[in-house]
Design a protein around this ligand. Structure first.
Ligand code: GDP
Ligand code: MG
Length: 294
């Protein structure tokens, strides 16, 4: 597991090494500032982190750890066993990685012996439906879909109804990331949420926002827009394998006050890692500080 998160942070760790070739016992504050900025932690946040550190000019690992950890204190929405099927609605802009992440989630759930049904409610583009169909085949789960242009809410409704009838454990619904305009998108997503609740009271149980990690802090504005539209419960950050912007997670967690469930570190079905903030912070600190003795 550890090497997995390392893979996701490889480039970020590389950029730390460029600034700090040798690990240190205590870090000079100016150097620490440079490292945090290079990791794409938003500038205001870097200033805030420095403010909460002791006033000394060189800082110990434990002090940095305490401050960095404070950015990930948002509770994880848990799946409760009574909710069957447990319905997840996946949203985010085009290209963020929604469809791929849905396949990875479905694969994970299957590995945990849960049955899964996908709903192809991104009916805006024919290619989107085909893409989810081909993933459903690859990870061997069921899928409900219609022709392009059909009402995505109807797809959501049919998926949930079918899952109830077949006693399926998990439903994951894909959505469009872009329509003719933002108002259309907001209305459509709101309608999907309403119709899910009609199909099964309380559904969707979790609204998951997918954010492209390579976009760094600019993903925060997208996230806020979606949050205002329908309210988000949790986040998944994709493409951390391709970026030195690992530090952007601090900004996203802080701006949205939402838990990060997983991070995506590749295009394959196994490239989804449960996000553990302790592990994440420690991986970054390990690149800066020499190992603790005692
Ligand atoms: P959607 O438009 O939000 O549904 O995005 P897609 O799932 O179609 O993904 C867009 C592109 O990003 C595809 O080429 C994916 O293979 C790629 N992608 C998704 N997640 C990851 C990831 O974690 N790492 C990498 N390197 N690529 C990813
Ligand atoms: Mg898609």
């Amino acid at each position: 597991m550890f090497s997995f998160i390392k893979k996701g942070l490889e480039k970020t760790l590389g950029s730390i090494k460029d600034i700090l070739p040798e690990r240190v016992e205590k870090i000079d504050k100016t150097l620490l500032e440079e490292i945090l900025i290079e990791s794409d932690i938003p500038y205001e946040l870097v200033e805030e982190i420095l403010y909460y550190l002791p006033p000394a000019s060189s800082i110990a690992r434990a002090d940095v750890r305490r401050v960095l950890k404070a950015y990930f204190t948002y509770p994880m929405p848990e799946r409760s066993s009574e909710q069957t099927p447990f319905v997840e609605l996946v949203i985010g802009v085009n290209g963020a990685g929604k469809t791929t992440t849905i396949a990875k989630l479905a694969h994970n759930y299957k590995k945990a012996s849960q049955s899964v049904l996908l709903g192809a409610a991104d009916t805006f583009r024919a290619a989107a439906i085909e893409q989810l169909k081909s993933w459903a085949e690859r990870v061997d789960v069921g899928i409900v879909y219609t022709a392009q242009g059909h009402d995505p809410s109807a797809v959501a409704y049919d998926t949930i109804s079918s899952a109830i009838a077949k006693k399926i454990d998990r439903v994951i619904i894909d959505t469009a990331g872009r329509l003719h305009n933002q108002v259309n998108l907001a209305n459509e997503l709101k309608k999907i949420v309403r119709i899910c609740d009609k199909a099964l009271l309380g559904a969707p149980h979790r609204k998951i926002l997918i954010l492209d990690g390579t976009q760094g802090t600019s993903a925060i504005n997208q996230a806020k827009a979606f949050h205002e539209m329908i309210g988000i419960d949790a986040i998944i950050i994709t493409k951390l394998d391709g970026t030195a912007k690992g530090g952007s997670l601090f900004g996203i967690a802080k701006a949205l006050e939402l838990p990060i469930l997983y991070v995506g570190v590749g295009e394959g079905k196994d490239d989804l890692i449960p996000f553990n903030s302790d592990e994440y912070v420690d991986t970054i600190l390990d690149a800066i500080f020499t190992p603790n003795h005692g």
